[in-house]
Design a protein around this ligand. Structure first.
Ligand code: NAD
Length: 418
């Protein structure tokens, strides 16, 4: 429903890089070293479907950077997955890991498929075959996948098992976002939404907007969007609208988010939620609310619809939801944007904690994970805000300056290209 993929996400990633690199006066040599993906793998994934026939899926793994450590990034199952999308997502992962200062580079994977029409057995066969195909690239010291859109802890368990079978022993550290019983971290499942929440708290403090009573609309009610909505609801904010791929629901007095999460778990969609009225995706984006949380896919706010937004804060739980043209329009309107590579970095931060716990075979309590995550997110927000205020650049450019700057420094100190 709604949101056609208008702009090419990789073009957006490159344009954002160039804007920040210009603002930093980054040399052409350094740009050449860090801008483009290091490795790109395209694979065919033949799968026997439940009807007995073989279907071939196209799939990718892109490692954008390993300058600061192993490459790290999620795996997406979606019909609109393309190589350019995966390259964009891998590029953003590099800057994101650097913004929150964790020792990883960026990667991403994707399979062009429609998991909604596939059985669990088909998904398992596809995941295992895809894992075999990207096996030469992944490993706890080289490239560590995690969940993204329409993949989950079960997907990670299948990847971990397939990888471990080739080695002959269990290697939990090859993926993060695993089930707890396989070496997953407490707090990983809710980490992205929780990180989004912490950055919204920081933005509200900065803008002097009381979070209690603030109105919120959330586009995309999956892992990132629903947890962010839940925490905002618990903090006293009024989440008035929520959407998923099937529809949008609205209640001007605020939706009962715990009940909505419960219903989504039971029936798989938000449409038809009691005490709500249906609205269109365009109406959701045009609501006058304090905070908009895009938590679905790329390019949902573009040149053609950005003017309809009437919000004080956009918190990018999704990767790449705003095109550069939308950025310029919102900048002129004075909207405060918490950019994706900061806003949704809670997921990869707790993935890092999970990897550390797996390596050490020593597991932390949930509160310990939350405290560390809060520290990382709030420190990173302050670092980005400082650049935003000192250099008078938009928050997205400030975050890119921080992330790109750290990667540029690392590549030069390593002397990779003497
Ligand atoms: P998910 O699969 O759990 O949820 C995606 C949600 O978006 C679903 O509710 C789906 O119905 C909805 N959706 C899809 N198309 C939509 C549309 N056109 N309009 C409205 N809703 C739509 O995925 P997720 O993990 O929550 O990822 C969402 C976004 O957050 C993605 O951009 C992803 O890259 C980003 N992200 C996720 C993580 C993570 O740890 N899961 C980390 C960082 C960033």
């Amino acid at each position: 429903m709604l949101t056609t993929i208008a702009a090419n996400a990789y073009d957006v990633a490159l344009e954002n890089f160039d804007t920040a690199a210009d603002a930093m006066q980054l040399s052409d040599d350094v740009r050449e070293m860090i801008k483009y993906p290091e490795r790109i793998l395209t694979v065919s994934v033949p799968v026997r479907m439940d009807n007995g026939h073989i279907h071939r899926f196209e799939a990718y793994r892109v490692q954008h950077s390993s300058v600061r450590g192993p490459a790290k990034g999620g795996i997406r199952y979606h019909p609109q997955v393309t190589l350019d999308e995966v390259k964009a997502l891998a590029t953003w992962m590099t800057w994101k890991c650097a913004v929150v200062n964790i020792p990883f580079g960026g990667a991403k994977g994707g399979v062009t498929c429609n998991p909604k029409v596939m059985s669990q057995d088909e998904l398992q066969r596809m995941t295992r075959r895809y894992t075999s195909a990207i096996l030469p690239l992944i490993g706890p010291e080289r490239d560590i996948p995690a969940p993204d859109v329409y993949t989950n802890p079960q997907t990670m368990a299948w990847i971990m098992d397939t990888y471990s079978m080739t080695k002959g022993y269990a290697i939990p550290g090859v993926v993060t976002g695993k089930p707890i019983s396989l070496g997953g971290s407490l707090g990983r499942n809710e980490a992205t939404g929780r990180g989004v929440f912490y950055t919204i708290q920081c933005a509200c403090d900065h803008l002097k907007i009381p979070l209690k009573g603030a109105t919120v609309a959330v586009q995309g009610f999956g892992n990132a969007g629903s947890i962010a909505a839940q925490l905002l609801h618990e903090a006293g904010a009024k989440v008035v609208a929520v959407s998923d791929s099937t529809g949008c629901v609205y209640n001007k007095n605020g939706l009962d988010i715990p009940e909505l999460i419960h219903m989504k778990e039971l029936v798989g969609h938000v449409e038809g939620f009691p005490e709500s009225e249906p609205i269109s995706p365009a109406e959701l984006l045009a609501l006058k609310v304090d905070i908009l949380v895009p938590a679905a896919l790329e390019n949902t706010v573009r040149e053609d619809n950005a003017r309809s937004l009437d919000v004080k804060i956009v918190a990018e739980a999704a990767n790449g939801p705003l095109t550069p043209a939308a950025d310029r329009i919102l900048e002129a309107k004075g909207t405060f944007v918490i950019p994706d590579i900061l806003c949704n970095a809670g997921g990869v931060t707790v993935s890092y904690f999970e990897w550390v716990q797996d390596e050490q075979h020593l597991f932390w309590e949930a509160q310990d994970v939350y405290n560390r995550l809060e520290r990382v997110m709030k420190t990173s927000f302050r670092d980005v805000l400082k650049i935003h205020l000192d250099k008078r650049v938009p928050m997205r450019i400030a975050a890119n300056i921080l992330g790109i700057g750290r990667v540029a420094e690392a590549v030069q100190i390593r002397g990779i290209y003497p």
